[in-house]
Design a protein around this ligand. Structure first.
Ligand code: PRT
Ligand code: ZN
Length: 289
């Protein structure tokens, strides 16, 4: 497939990353008209098209310049050893690649696995890890249901993706070592791109940054006695100076500001103690600093 003048983004066709990826693209203003059962989807409002493929193929498509950008887990990019540029971590699809062994085997550490059979869908990263710790293991490449291989006596231990850990538990396995922490990333081809494509990429990066900042922030509003303003301003870890508005009661004011969500819960009690009432917290759609 030849690349054209249209900026082409490779995304996962159907899997864990698909919905979040499409949501991200829509949040940064790209409009599309249906994705189901389609390989190539053109944007309705930008010179952009999506190529919907298996996630395993994304890094190589981007490396080879068939696609200009891709959204894929770092685990896949690193396993395929594709030469691409990572533009941004996207803060979804978080997981870890871990070594696990049957609880019943009494293995306490990955260092005890010398000479053992390790089943995995990630042979490159698994081998690299065992080489680094100087162990000689035999790696068995399995494309799915890696977690059942010890029970079938196909392997002594596994190296697989974990998020909640419940799959390991259900299969009587315990995590011994995390060899990689992963999340979805926006990757770009290393091939030179025409100016109009690079400009579009720059525009999307600014929007993604705004989107990520917005997701981590909240707009908060509160009422307070006028004389509490200094105290409240001190408490608020505001990104900017807060907005202060008069209220019908001349002794009272309204204070509006944007703060990181994590800090909101820490300061809420302090705000109340300083005299703030009617504290309202709102989500933010997007934010450009
Ligand atoms: O068909 P295609 O090849 O495109 O998809 P796929 O089946 O290879 O991948 P998919 O859709 O399962 O996952 C896509 C990406 O999501 C992965 O490459 C990771 O970057 C990311 N991701 C995040 C995960 C998980 N979390 C995850 N939990 N990928 C897989 N899992 C598996 C895990 O291995 C376990 O078997 O989900 C199971 C449940 O995990 P626990 O720990 O929550 O029980
Ligand atoms: Zn896959």
């Amino acid at each position: 497939m030849e690349n054209t003048d249209t900026l082409r983004i490779a995304i996962q066709k159907s899997g864990r990353l698909t919905d979040k990826t499409i949501q991200l693209l829509e949040n940064i203003g790209l409009k599309f008209d249906g994705y189901k059962n389609r390989l190539l989807v053109k944007s309705l409002n930008f010179d952009v098209e999506l190529l919907l493929i298996r996630d395993d193929d994304i890094p190589e498509y981007v490396q080879d310049g068939i696609c200009d950008l891709g959204v894929v887990g770092a685990n896949v990019t690193l396993e395929t050893a594709a030469r691409v540029e990572v533009l941004r971590d996207l803060d979804f699809g978080h997981c870890r690649l871990s070594i696990a062994a049957p609880v019943s085997s009494n293995t306490g550490s990955a260092h005890e696995l010398n000479g053992k059979r390790i089943a995995t869908s990630y042979p490159v990263l698994t081998k690299k890890y065992f080489d680094e710790i100087g162990l000689d293991v035999s790696i068995i490449k399995i494309s799915g249901a890696v977690e059942i291989t010890p029970r079938l006596d196909v392997a002594d231990a596994i190296c697989d993706l974990v998020s909640t850990g419940s799959t390991l538990k259900t299969n009587g396995l315990k995590e011994l070592e995390t060899i990689l922490r992963s999340q979805s990333q926006l990757i770009r081809t290393n091939k030179p791109l025409p100016k109009h494509k690079q400009e579009l990429i720059n525009k999307f990066l600014v929007r993604i940054e705004g989107q990520q900042l917005a997701e981590k922030s909240r707009y908060i509003m509160m009422n307070a006695p006028k004389n509490a303003l200094d105290k409240i301003t001190e408490i608020i870890p505001s990104l900017n100076s807060p907005t202060v508005l008069p209220l019908a009661n001349p002794e009272m004011i309204a204070i509006h500001t944007v703060i990181p969500i994590a800090e909101f819960w820490e300061v809420m009690e302090e705000l109340k103690d300083a005299g703030a009432t009617g504290i309202v917290m709102l989500p933010i759609q997007n934010m450009i600093n």
